[in-house]
Design a protein around this ligand. Structure first.
Ligand code: COA
Length: 287
């Protein structure tokens, strides 16, 4: 029953051995059946024999990739994504961060832009609570969370993980920066506990430390939105008919269109932009 044209032969001159057939069947069985979507099954990608075109090397996926891949795929096929792009003027925010950086470092805190973005996200999520919700597939209701735990994508040698910073609404920018650093360090060392990767209400994926102008992040369902942050660049902006250099931060918000409308998404990114421009608001102590 095996389609031999899809089996990679490892025998002399590429001949297919009995073991190749067994390995092929095992791979098919462990991949499971293609999930039906809307009554139709997913079309499959052709199984190509790359060795027929030149030398290749096979490498197993990391443990994290094996876990994260199916979750990302499930989000990709189940959630109708839209990505809203925007940018925020962070000239004053960055000036304040630079001013406060050394003093914070003296207290063992690395004050990165992401901590400020998190603080602004908390304010935006408090103003737009349905960005902090999930759809209950059984009842069809929207579950609004009264807690505010923020997930953030962290790049690690084993792959992408999403640590969760708990009760972000009760923490000022310094505390957010401190926890961000400690959770990222744990993520890189592969030492996050299961609890430290659960319960996120909203996700932030910052590639700003690396580069890029914009991207379309995949929502990590069951959350309904993810904010992508790219590299801030200084560029000329008109202010009262005069061109002035401003530091602009690109934002890419992917949202679940079943829960969030386009108008709300742009209201959310506009709010974020204003929050990021209000340095006093970002630095205000949490009561
Ligand atoms: N624009 C310009 N510079 C930025 C920036 C931005 N948006 N964001 C960070 N930087 C700068 C920081 O200021 C820092 O510079 P400094 O040391 O001179 O102050 C430098 O880039 C490095 O910052 P980083 O160490 O990355 O800290 P962070 O708090 O910004 O980010 C992580 C922490 C864990 C999110 C980050 O290290 C990471 O893993 N990012 C990748 C996430 C990812 O893979 N996402 C993909 C999901 S699809």
């Amino acid at each position: 029953g095996v389609d031999l044209s899809r089996v990679e032969g490892t025998g002399p001159k590429g001949r297919i051995l009995a073991d190749d057939v067994k390995a092929h069947v095992k791979r098919l069985l462990s991949a499971g059946p293609a999930a039906p979507v809307g009554g139709a099954s997913m079309p499959s990608v052709p199984d190509v024999d790359f060795a027929a075109f030149g030398p290749i090397e096979r490498r197993p996926l990391s443990r994290i990739q094996k876990i994260a891949g199916p979750r990302l795929h499930a989000s990709w096929v189940n959630v109708p994504h839209v990505t809203q792009f925007d940018e925020s003027d962070i000239t004053e925010m960055e000036a304040a961060r630079r001013r406060l950086k050394d003093e914070a470092e003296g207290r063992g805190i690395k004050l990165t832009p992401l901590a400020f973005v998190m603080r602004a996200c908390v304010q935006a999520l408090q103003a737009f609570p349905h960005f902090c919700s999930s759809l209950d597939p059984k009842s069809g209701e929207l579950v609004l969370k009264k807690y505010l735990h923020l997930g953030f994508a962290a790049d690690t040698p084993g792959g992408l993980v999403v640590p969760v910073l708990r009760d972000a609404d009760r923490k000022d920018v310094y505390e957010l920066a401190r926890e961000l650093a400690s959770l990222s360090e744990k993520a890189r060392a592969g030492k996050l506990t299961a609890e430290q990767m659960q319960g996120g209400c909203f996700t932030i994926s910052s590639l700003g430390g690396i580069g890029g102008t914009a991207f379309t992040p995949i929502i990590i369902a069951p959350v309904v939105a993810i904010l992508g942050v790219s590299r801030a660049v200084q560029r000329p902006v008109y202010q009262n008919d005069v061109l002035v250099p401003r530091l602009m931060l690109p934002l890419s918000l992917s949202y679940d269109h079943r829960v969030i409308d386009g108008a709300d998404a742009v209201r959310f990114t506009s709010f974020l932009g204003q929050a990021l421009a209000d340095v006093q608001g970002l630095l205000r102590a949490i009561p």
